[in-house]
Write a protein of this length. Structure first.
Length: 362
């Protein structure tokens, strides 16, 4: 067996593989690329534990690393269930719990069946590929006010590489122009919000993280038809009409549009500020990189939906691409809001009209 170390835990695996993408499906699957997200996961769970969340579920656990890290690294009076349908994974989870001396419950169930039997304050859904099969199950297994984190690695579908698959699975039309990552994230958020509304839950994204080959959403769910109705105002369309534009669900654009998708905020500012504060006290291996991301989450959260890729604008105008800092500086000098974002390090968000944006490029 091989051992990996993350945060405060040591995890035993059959075989360590240094995946660059989604990786191979096998019992005891472990992808080192997601360590940065598992760090965020610990900080997020600390935040919600401080707000009173008590019952935590790592629903698709594989080696058990997420649940074991929660049990070991999150302080407070919490109970953690660590579940996987695969019996080899279940044995591995029990071993990893023993090796790390954590007090948690190892379960060996189909997640959706488990969620019909037990209710949680927090559910972690970290599947291979798309989270779609598990999303309706969330609403059976959460309390009236609860949290969930959801991973999607079918980002090519969400970002519109496979348009028909995106429409079929996520019931949204994608647009492949620029800013495809934020578009894909908003399609996923929109899907979760619409599913939530069907089950009379309102959904609020608290952190919407795009990294490498995956998207990860941390969100809050609250039961109530009125709140779910209000939530529908955050579903709409994004379209390109000489710059990015946003419209409501009942205002269907006529050209270059994507949706229905999420047109509301991507992150919760209070959470992001707390993540920054909590991170200072931790010794994560990826701390520096995570700090950079948290600063970007804060920067983009104040800015309008969608970003402009510098290379796209430069190509459109047939000019050389200016430095990102210069573009942002000039837009701000002209009195507009402008800043970086975490989806694409060579792009910017702004409330300036496209004609003004073009002027700072020439
Ligand atoms: C991508 S892996 C989880 C990775 C893990 N969370 C981590 O951070 O390393 C997905 C896991 O879900 C399990 N799984 C798939 N379908 C399931 C189901 N219906 N119920 C419970 N577990 C399931 C698989 O056996 C697999 O171990």
């Amino acid at each position: 067996m091989e051992v990996v170390e993350e945060g405060k835990v040591k995890i035993f695996l059959e075989r360590f593989r240094k995946y660059k993408g989604p990786g191979k499906r096998e019992p005891g699957f472990y992808n080192p690329t997601l360590e940065i997200d598992r760090d965020i996961n610990v900080l997020f769970c600390q935040y919600i534990a401080n707000k009173g969340a008590k019952y935590f579920l790592d629903g698709l656990a594989s080696t058990g690393i997420r649940g074991i890290r929660i049990a070991k690294e999150v302080g407070g009076d919490i109970e953690v269930d660590i579940n996987d349908i695969n019996s080899k994974a279940h044995e591995l989870i029990k071993k990893n719990m023993r090796e790390n001396n954590v007090n948690a419950n190892a379960l060996n169930e189909n997640l959706c069946i488990l969620l019909h039997k037990k209710r949680y304050d927090y559910i972690d859904i970290d599947p291979y590929g798309s989270p779609i099969p598990f999303i309706p199950c969330i609403f059976k297994g959460i309390r009236r006010k609860a949290y969930a984190s959801i991973t999607a690695t079918d980002t090519a579908t969400l970002c519109g590489v496979y348009k028909k698959a995106c429409i079929r699975k996520y019931h949204a039309i994608p647009l492949r122009l620029q800013a495809v990552k934020e578009m894909g994230m908003r399609i996923l958020l929109g899907y979760i919000a619409k599913q939530s509304a069907s089950y009379d839950f309102a959904f609020k994204p608290m952190l919407s993280f795009s990294y490498s080959h995956f998207f990860r959403i941390y969100g809050y769910f609250e039961k109530g038809a009125r709140k779910a109705n209000e939530n529908i105002a955050k579903i709409g369309w994004i379209y390109w009409d000489n710059g990015w534009k946003v419209s409501k669900l009942d205002e269907l654009p006529t050209i270059n549009y994507a949706g229905p998708l999420w047109i509301g905020e991507l992150h919760d500012v209070e959470l992001v500020k707390k993540l920054k504060e909590y991170l200072e006290e931790r010794n994560f291996k990826r701390k520096k990189e995570l700090e950079k991301y948290i600063d970007l989450f804060l920067e983009e959260t104040e800015l309008p939906p969608m970003y402009y890729e510098s290379s796209y604008v430069a190509k459109d105008l047939k000019v050389k691409q200016p430095k990102l800092n210069k573009i942002i500086e000039k837009l701000k000098e002209e009195g507009f809001e402008a800043g970086r974002n975490h989806f694409d390090f060579n792009s910017f968000k702004t409330n300036a009209p496209y004609e003004k944006i073009k002027r700072v490029f020439v």
